[in-house]
Every structure is written in C-alpha cells, then in structure tokens.
Ligand binder design. Structure first.
Ligand SMILES: [Zn+2]
Length: 330
C-alpha cells in the first residue's frame, strides 16, 4: 500500500538521471555519478547533499550526530564526507521520517559509528558494540517494522530508541537538540530537529525548496498537518532584523533557507489548501478541481516530475475530503 508514494519519492532521484527501483532502501541503485557536497550552515551544523534527502551533521567534541542517511548505496560517500568535517565517533542518527531516501543508510552509518567508537572511546564497550543510536518518533519504527512490508527492512536499520508524545530532548556537543514531533504532516512520524545553540532547524520533508510538499496519505500524512508543521518552524525561527540570516532552516530537499523562505512557502501551501477547500465546498469533484488548476501561479517554481501539481492537488483534496476533513480544515 505504500508502494505508490515510495515510488514517487524515489522518482526524485530518477529525475536526476539515476535508475532507481521503487523498493525501500534502493540498495541496488547506481550512485557512481553522485557527489556528496558539504555546506556549513552555522554553528556546529553542516548540510550534506547527494542522492536522496539532505543530511544534517552536527559535529563537536562529543562526536558526530547525523540527521537522515540518504540511500544505502550512498553510505560510503556520505561517510567520507562526514569524515572531512570530523573524525570523531558517530554517536547519534536521527530519522526525520520513514522514507527510504532519508533512512536507507541507517544500517551502514550506524555500523560505522560502532567501529569508530570502538577505536577511539575507551570504557564504552557496550555502546561501541551496538554502534550509533538511531532516534526517531515511534511511528517510524512501527512503519519500518511492519510485517506486511516486502521486502522487509532489516532490523539493524530500525530506530534503536524512539519517543512518543510531542518531543524528545538530547544534549550533545554542548547544545540542546530538540526532536519535535509534527503529527500527521508529511507522514505520521515526522520530527523537526532543532539545534538550539547553533540555531538551525532540520525539517525533513515537511519543507522542501524543490517541490510542493509531498503529503504521504498512505503513511498518515495530511495537508493540515504539513501547514501546522510549517507554522511551527516559523514559531521557532527568528529572522535577523530586515536581512537574510538568523535561524537557518535545512529542508528535506533543496537549499539552505532562512525564516523568510519558510514564510513564503507556508503562504503558498496555505493559499492552495484554501483554494481546494473552497472548490470542495462548491461541490466540485476531484476532476473538476484539478481542471481548475488551483496551483497554476506557483507551478513554474514547484511543479516537479516526481510530485506534480496534479498529484499535490489530489493529495490535498483527499486529505480534506474525508469525514471531518473539511470542517476541521481552518
Ligand atoms: Zn519523505
């Protein structure tokens, strides 16, 4: 049942010229031509790009924390890039959500954490044997361990530590790292990761600069949850006075942003949600609403081959046009 959405997300990689199967993890994809680029955001935080979602790295005297791990086939390059930032032990992995382009490298990166911790850290044998801890919202583990998944995801790739409720607080490399669950947004297991001293928020796929937000209905996503998540990012972010800068935002896909970029995106998503809602209230069918092109003025910027305007409109429609969906939409 998740196959279609998973395929859509992986098609983002196909769009850059790679042959990628629709299977979670995409172990067999050819990433030879892909390079990992490292960009310093600010403070202790770096953004790494490659194939799949953006990776956020926090590095310091305690070691390395990695948010999202791209595809398994990217792990070697990802690790080499992380090593240009820090040779310290990889202690934590955080999964922003369940999609294979964000968690495919979990197992490999976790094991690398084990090797380096074992080499460099004495008196920490148990932790070294287990490798890096993988943190995620509990719904990520529930979906990854779903016995109906074919092929199954190896247990070594599953989160080792999960949280329920609204958040989880870690302290690492001298700063508070705040995992904030955004219920029913891109999926039902999304976490924002807020680095409080560096002043950087890693958003997962609630925010992207390369497409309309993907609303993964099959994995518990809703359009109103996406908007709530974007509003929450805006609540947390503080812009530098009348300039670019202030809090940095690392999106699931695309370039490093600031508060103004998220504001613009939130407004766009909200406007389209409201347009679709108005058309639903007029009694129009999905076909009629799609034909009315409620996204048209934004398509030049956000219509993507892997997640087209029509797919987005359909997801918004289905998300709102459920029992209670219209009445609770505002
Ligand atoms: Zn995703």
């Amino acid at each position: 049942m998740t196959r279609r959405t998973v395929h859509l997300v992986f098609a983002a990689v196909a769009a850059v010229g790679l042959l990628v199967s629709a299977r979670l993890g995409a172990q067999q994809a050819n990433f030879d031509a892909v390079q990992v680029r490292v960009l310093k955001a600010q403070g202790n935080i770096y953004m790494l790009t490659g194939a799949g979602g953006n990776v956020t790295v926090q590095a310091g005297s305690d070691g390395v924390l990695v948010v999202d791990t791209q595809f398994a086939g990217m792990s070697e390059k990802l690790l080499a890039a992380i090593r240009t930032i820090s040779t310290g032990p990889i202690r934590y992995i955080i999964d922003t959500h369940v999609h294979g382009d964000h968690v495919g490298g979990n197992e490999n990166i976790r094991k690398a954490g084990s090797t380096i911790a074992g080499g460099n850290v004495s008196g920490d044998i148990k932790d070294a044997a287990e490798g890096a801890q993988i943190w995620a919202h509990d719904n990520v583990l529930l979906r990854m361990s779903d016995p109906k998944l074919t092929p199954a995801i190896p247990t070594a790739a599953w989160p080792t530590s999960t949280f329920t409720g609204k958040d989880k607080k870690l302290f690492f490399n001298g700063e508070g790292v705040h995992l904030i669950h955004e219920p029913a947004a891109h999926t039902d297991g999304d976490s924002l990761v807020y680095f409080r001293r560096s002043d950087v928020i890693s958003t997962g796929d609630i925010f992207s600069t390369v497409s309309y937000p993907v609303v993964d209905l099959q994995n518990g996503g809703t359009i109103n949850g996406v908007i709530a998540g974007l509003n929450h990012i805006l609540d947390l972010a503080i812009p530098k006075d009348k300039q670019e800068g202030g809090t940095y935002i690392i999106p699931g896909h695309g370039r490093v942003c600031d508060e103004a970029d998220v504001l613009e995106y939130r407004d766009m998503v909200t406007i389209i949600r409201d347009r679709v809602l108005d058309l639903i209230k007029k009694g129009m069918t999905l076909e009629q609403i799609t034909a009315a092109k409620p996204t048209l003025d934004y398509d030049g910027r956000y219509n993507a081959t892997f997640w087209t305007a029509d797919m987005f409109v359909e997801a918004v429609y289905r998300s709102l046009n459920t029992p209670g969906g219209v009445s609770t939409a505002r």
